[in-house]
Ligand binder design. Structure first.
Ligand code: GLC
Length: 566
C-alpha cells in the first residue's frame, strides 16, 4: 500500500495559521482577540481553507507571546474569555471550519501554579513536576536555553538553592514528563479541550519532552558522534519520548476524530517516521526545519545568504517527499510565526517582483504532496517590516540575540540589517492588513507591534476587488488543489531537472494523468527543457501563457505554472 491509498481528511485540508495577537482587535487595546477572529470568519471561509491553527490563547504572562502558559484551562486576558472561545468555536463549526489549538507542554510558565508550588520548597508535592539540580552538586552540565543571553538552559533559584531546567527562557520551566502525574495532568487537560470540541493540536517542540534525568555531561564530541552535531537532535532524543507519545495516543488522541501535527524540532529524515508511522499510533504529521534552515550564513544569527542554492532547496523538499512515499504523511510550509515573511525570504519583495514571486511561492505550497500549512497574510503577499532599530522589536528571541552581539562588542548595526531579510520573528508577526486606513484596519488603538506601511496597497479590501491579486490567486490555487485531489494531494511527485539553478520543476501524477509544475525562483527568469514532454492545458499561470522555443520553456521572472502533459 502506498500513501495515496491511505486517504484521511487531514491529508486533504489546507491549514490556515492565524497569529491571534495580530489578526483583528475588537476592543481597541491594540492586541488581536477572539472576538476579532470570530468577526472575520467569513473572510477565512472565503479563502477556501478548512482548518484554522491558532497560536496559544491560554492564560499567559506573555514572556514568549503565549508559549509560556500559566493556566491551560483559561483564555489569555487580552484575548477575551472562555465564553468568547465557545462562541468562536461554534461559529467556526457552523462554517465547517475546524480548529487546531497549540499544545505547549514541554514547558509552562514560571507563573503557573505548579511552578509556584514547586519552587517553594524541596519537599513540595509539585517539586517533581519540574527538573531540578541541587546546587550542592555544583553547576549542572550544560544544556542550551534558547532566548537567554548567556545561552544556558539552567536557572539558579536561590530559595531552594537549586537550578531548574528551561530549554527556552527562564520564564518557561520544562515540565518533568518522567513523572507520571505530570503526564496524567496533561492528558486530562487535552481531554477537556477535546470534549469542548476542538479538532486537533499542533504540538509545540513535542520532540523535546523526554529527558535523560541523570543529566550526563554532553560534549561536542558526543553531539558530533550521536546527534549530527546538533543540540536540538540531542533534545529530541530523550529515552521515554515514544512511549509517552504512545501513551498520549492511547489515553487521549485515539478517542477522537482529530488531527495532530508535531513541531518537529530536532527531528530528521531518519527519525521522523517514528512519530508519524500510523502503525506506531503516535501522531499524524510533523513539520521539519530543514527547508527553513537553508541559506543561513554560519556564525551569524539567521543572516540570509542572498545566493542561497535553489538546487539545495529542491533536494530538501524532494528528499522529504520521498520519506513519506509509502507510509506516513508530510507537511509543507514556508511561513509561520517563527519565520520571516515567505516573499521577503524566498521570493522577492521589490515592487516589480512582489506580485509574481508571492504567487509563485503559493503555487509551490499548494502543489506539493503533504498538508499545506499556510500562514495568515501570505495570501496578501505581506512582507517583512524591516525595523531599523531594536526598540521596535517585541520578540524575546530577537532581543536576546541582539544583546548577545552587543555584550560581545559585536556589530549591532549589521545584526539589525541581517534581520531585515533574515529571521527576526516579528517580521512575520506584524498586524494583518485589512484595509488602507488607520493601522490597516487591525485596531483603533495603538498596535502592539507596528503595522507595515505597505498596508496602503497590500490589504484585503484592495485585493478582493482586483481579480488578478495575490489573494485571488491563492483562492484559485486552493480550489485547484481541491478539484484535483487525486493528483495535487495524493499524486506521485517527481523532481525534474535536478541541477537547474533557476527553475524548480516537478510532475504530479495519478490515474494516468500528469501535470508539470514550473517555478522560476529568479528575477532573471529561467529555462526548462521539455525533452519529449508535450504541454497541454494550463491549469494556472501567474503571468502570461508559457512560451516554448525549440522545446525550451522560457520562464519570466518568478513565473509559476501548473500545466497538463499530453
Ligand atoms: C516553538 C514555537 C515558538 C516558541 C517556542 C517555545 O518553537 O513555535 O514560537 O517560542 O516553541 O515554546
Amino acid at each position: 500500500m502506498d500513501t495515496a491509498s491511505q486517504k484521511k481528511w487531514w491529508k486533504e485540508v489546507v491549514v490556515y495559521q492565524i497569529y491571534p495577537r495580530s489578526f483583528k482587535d475588537s476592543d481597541g487595546d491594540g492586541i488581536g482577540d477572539l472576538k476579532g477572529i470570530t468577526s472575520k470568519l467569513d473572510y477565512v471561509k472565503s479563502l477556501g481553507v478548512d482548518v484554522i491553527w491558532l497560536n496559544p490563547i491560554y492564560g499567559s504572562p506573555n514572556a514568549d507571546n503565549g508559549y509560556d502558559i500559566s493556566n491551560y484551562d483559561d483564555i489569555m486576558k487580552e484575548f477575551g474569555t472562555m465564553a468568547d472561545f465557545d462562541t468562536m468555536l461554534s461559529e467556526m463549526h457552523k462554517r465547517n471550519l475546524k480548529l487546531v489549538m497549540d499544545l505547549v507542554v514541554n514547558h509552562c510558565s514560571d507563573e503557573h501554579e505548579w511552578f509556584k508550588q514547586a519552587r517553594s520548597s524541596r519537599t513540595n508535592p509539585y517539586r517533581n513536576y519540574f527538573h531540578w539540580w541541587p546546587a550542592e552538586k555544583g553547576k549542572p552540565p550544560f544544556r542550551p536555553g534558547n532566548f537567554e543571553v548567556d545561552g544556558s538552559g539552567w536557572r539558579f533559584d536561590s530559595l531552594t538553592n537549586s537550578y531548574y531546567l528551561h530549554y527556552f527562557s527562564y520564564k518557561q520551566p520544562d515540565l518533568n514528563w518522567e513523572n507520571p502525574k505530570v503526564r496524567q495532568e496533561i492528558y486530562a487537560m487535552m481531554n477537556r479541550w477535546f470534549k469542548k470540541g476542538v479538532d486537533g493540536f499542533r504540538m509545540d517542540v513535542i520532540p523535546f519532552i523526554a529527558k535523560d534525568t541523570t543529566f550526563p555531561v554532553i560534549t561536542q564530541k558526543d553531539l558530533d558522534a550521536k546527534y549530527d552535531g546538533r543540540w536540538d537532535v540531542y533534545q529530541a532524543s530523550g529515552p521515554g519520548l515514544h512511549s509517552y507519545l504512545q501513551e498520549m495516543n492511547k489515553e487521549v488522541l485515539s478517542k477522537y476524530d482529530i488531527m495532530t501535527v508535531a513541531e518537529g524540532a530536532g527531528t530528521t529524515k531518519s527519525t521522523v517516521m517514528d512519530f508519524v508511522d500510523p502503525d506506531r499510533k503516535e501522531l499524524d504529521m510533523a513539520y521539519h526545519f530543514d527547508g527553513v534552515s537553508l541559506g543561513y550564513v554560519p556564525g551569524y544569527f539567521k543572516k540570509m545568504d542572498p545566493n542561497w542554492s535553489l538546487v539545495a532547496f529542491k533536494k530538501i523538499y524532494s528528499d522529504w517527499d520521498s520519506v513519506f512515499e509509502n507510509k506516513g504523511w508530510g507537511t509543507i510550509y514556508l511561513g509561520n510565526h517563527d519565520q520571516p515573511r515567505m516573499v521577503s525570504r524566498w521570493g522577492n519583495d521589490a515592487p516589480e517582483y512582489h506580485d509574481a514571486s508571492s504567487k509563485m511561492l503559493t503555487t509551490f505550497l499548494l502543489s506539493m504532496r503533504g498538508t499545506p500549512y499556510y500562514y495568515f497574510g501570505d495570501e496578501l503577499g505581506m512582507t517583512n517590516i524591516k525595523f531599523d532599530k531594536i526598540e521596535d522589536y517585541r520578540d524575546i528571541e530577537t532581543i536576546a540575540e541582539y544583546n548577545k552581539v552587543k555584550n560581545a562588542g559585536g556589530d549591532v548595526k549589521g545584526f539589525i540589517e541581517d534581520q531585515k531579510t533574515g529571521g527576526a520573528r516579528d517580521n512575520g508577526r506584524t498586524p494583518f492588513q485589512w484595509d488602507a486606513g488607520l493601522n490597516g484596519g487591525f485596531t483603533t488603538g495603538t498596535p502592539w507591534l507596528k503595522v507595515n506601511d505597505n498596508k496602503s496597497t497590500i490589504n484585503v479590501v484592495a485585493e478582493e476587488k482586483d481579480a488578478n491579486s495575490i489573494l485571488n490567486y491563492f483562492k484559485k490555487m486552493v480550489q485547484l488543489r481541491k478539484e484535483h485531489k487525486d493528483i495535487m494531494v495524493y499524486g506521485k511527485y517527481t523532481l525534474l531537472d535536478v541541477d537547474n539553478p533557476d527553475v524548480y520543476a516537478y510532475t504530479r501524477e495519478a490515474g494516468g494523468k500528469k501535470v508539470l509544475v514550473l517555478l522560476s525562483f529568479r528575477k532573471t527568469g529561467g529555462k526548462f527543457n521539455l525533452g519529449t514532454m508535450q504541454l497541454g492545458k494550463e491549469w494556472i499561470n501567474n503571468l502570461q501563457p508559457l512560451t516554448v522555443q525549440n522545446g525550451v520553456v522560457n520562464l519570466q521572472p518568478y513565473q509559476a505554472c501548473v500545466v497538463e502533459l499530453k
